[in-house]
Design a protein around this ligand. Structure first.
Ligand SMILES: [Zn+2]
Length: 194
């Protein structure tokens, strides 16, 4: 099967839903909250407005994360493999490997009783438009100019390092939105798009 074939694999939902309609786990948020220490078990709660809309327990292992979850009264627990990449500015970044297509991703969505990546779950973002790309691109160039200018004397290193992280993230988002935009125009599927 061709590399992009996993997109048409068995069990892929037949219609698109908006990201806001699904429960998700976001490894970026967990990292920021300091929840990714090996051996730790945490509970993550979802909210819809002020109302709790469910929760999940997860245990972090060396190379996987165990998601303990009940979907519609059925045990939908999954062990999701993880990978790490170096951030480019020191430190490592941890990613989920999508349980369906194995591509690395930061967000998994719950649909039809399992977690999988945006593409496997047919999740659409309202932001997949050219104007969204323009906005992200402008943001990337603004941050890039700030980093290129170097750290002002008065600025703390921690602040400047955060700026570099934001630039890296902006670069990623701008590239991704461009690829999605071109993909929609041409119908060509890019593989390796997280
Ligand atoms: Zn996937």
């Amino acid at each position: 099967m061709a590399k992009g074939g996993a997109r048409c694999g068995a069990g892929r939902p037949g219609y698109r839903v908006k990201a806001e309609q699904l429960q998700r786990v976001d490894i970026r948020v967990w990292r920021k909250r300091g929840l990714l220490w090996v051996g730790g078990t945490n509970t993550w709660s979802w909210w819809r407005g002020d109302e709790p809309s469910g929760s999940i327990r997860f245990t972090v292992n060396e190379t996987s994360i165990r998601l303990v979850y009940i979907a519609n009264g059925k045990d939908a627990s999954q062990t999701v493999w993880t990978t790490t990449t170096s951030c480019g500015y020191g430190g490592v970044r941890r990613w989920f490997g999508c349980p369906v297509c194995s591509r690395r991703c930061e967000v998994l969505f719950m649909r039809s009783g399992r977690f999988a990546c945006r593409s496997c779950q047919r999740v659409s973002y309202s932001s997949q438009s050219g104007s969204e790309h323009d906005r992200l691109n402008t943001r990337y160039h603004r941050l890039n100019a700030m980093v290129e200018a170097g750290k002002p004397k008065w600025q703390r290193w921690a602040t400047f390092n955060r700026l570099e992280d934001r630039l890296e993230r902006a670069d990623y988002l701008a590239t991704k939105s461009l690829m999605l935009f071109v993909q929609r125009l041409t119908g060509k599927i890019f593989t390796g798009l997280a």
